[in-house]
Design a protein around this ligand. Structure first.
Ligand SMILES: [Zn+2]
Length: 340
């Protein structure tokens, strides 16, 4: 898979404009209209689409507002996805063609280039379909992806993949500082491949659905400390910013200046007012607006791309420049696109 030189050139050219506009315009709440780098969408393969349309109501945290455990949680979950209790649910596509078309529409309409996380097979397919609109990111989970370090090295090198993520070991109850991950961190550091790791919430009731080994306790960003000390040259970002452990994340950002965080869909997981006040505003007020990456965590509902953008754009406390940083400038710096 080739590196997208033209994409990078385009990003740099348009990005300079985005930065200039941001610098001279201090009007709060002005909507950001420049190019966007979405640092986390899922590259779905055909088998991952449910055969029937499924509805997504946001925020996700209230999709099953309460639950009586006399009933299986999976029943309540399926009910919420098939009989949505919200005014404007997003319905999943029923064919792969429809899914791809809707993803393409969202990327084009919103001026988005997206880091797409998937298997090698899906990434090769995505590269042929979406071309420069996609930055390939190889997903990885111990136990699910039986890739030895040597095999991973040849996959990343042969296909010129510069992103490893999402690393989703939390779904298998494996902590970020589990020693089984160390050889992979070492490899990423050696190859200068940037790692994105899931720390934070999965779907509500994950442990009762598809991930019986999921451990919420492993969301704690302090668990990354061993890794950052052992691999100080590792480029790593935390998908979902270890929420809701915001104070722990702030101390990690403070002590480890190379660490980035990715909003990665949490903007549509909680009611907006809570997300703004206790997550995003707090992280920005603490001084870390230059290390927040934007990500939509879009999967079978492609319109989460525009929903996610609009939630960040509607944050009244963010200046235009802060939005430009989150949507674009921080990712350019993190991905080292400026130097290409
Ligand atoms: Zn995740």
């Amino acid at each position: 898979m080739r590196i997208q030189y033209y994409l990078i050139l385009f990003i740099i050219l348009v990005g300079c404009n985005a930065k200039k506009n941001g610098g001279k315009n201090d009007v709060d709440n002005e909507k950001y209209k420049g190019p966007i780098i979405d640092m986390y969408i899922h590259a779905e393969n055909e088998n991952e689409l449910p055969p029937e349309r499924m509805a997504m109501c946001i925020p996700l945290s209230t999709i099953v507002p309460y639950h009586d455990p006399s009933e299986e949680f999976s029943n309540a979950w399926n009910k919420a996805l098939t009989n949505p209790d919200c005014e404007n649910p997003i319905w999943s596509p029923v064919s792969y063609e429809e899914y791809l078309e809707r993803v393409k529409t969202q990327l084009d309409k919103n001026n988005v280039v997206a880091a797409a996380s998937g298997t090698l097979e899906t990434l090769i397919q995505y590269d042929s379909i979406f071309d420069d609109k996609i930055i390939p990111s190889l997903k990885f989970r111990i136990g699910r992806d039986s890739l030895s370090v040597n095999l991973l090295e040849s996959i990343l090198s042969d296909n010129k993949i510069k992103l490893l993520g999402e690393v989703s070991n939390q779904y298998n109850g494996i902590a970020p500082n589990d020693s089984r991950m160390y050889p992979y961190y070492e490899l990423a550091e050696k190859l200068d491949v940037a790692v994105s790791i899931h720390l934070g919430s999965g779907a509500p009731g994950s442990a009762y659905l598809f991930s019986p080994d999921y451990l919420a306790a492993l969301s704690n960003p302090l668990l990354l400390e061993d890794v950052l000390k052992k691999y100080p040259r590792l480029r790593i970002s935390v998908n979902h910013y270890g929420e809701p452990f915001i104070d722990e994340m702030i101390t990690m950002l403070y002590h480890y200046p190379q660490l980035y965080i990715n909003i990665a869909g949490i903007q549509w997981c909680y009611p907006k007012e809570y997300f703004y006040e206790y997550h995003l505003k707090k992280l920005v007020d603490a001084g870390f607006g230059k290390r927040i990456l934007y990500g939509s965590d879009t999967f079978i509902w492609p319109e989460l791309i525009e929903e996610s953008i609009s939630i960040i754009n509607n944050a009244e406390f963010l200046t235009y420049e802060q939005k430009a940083d989150i949507f674009y400038n921080n990712a350019v710096r993190y991905l080292r696109l400026e130097n290409k």
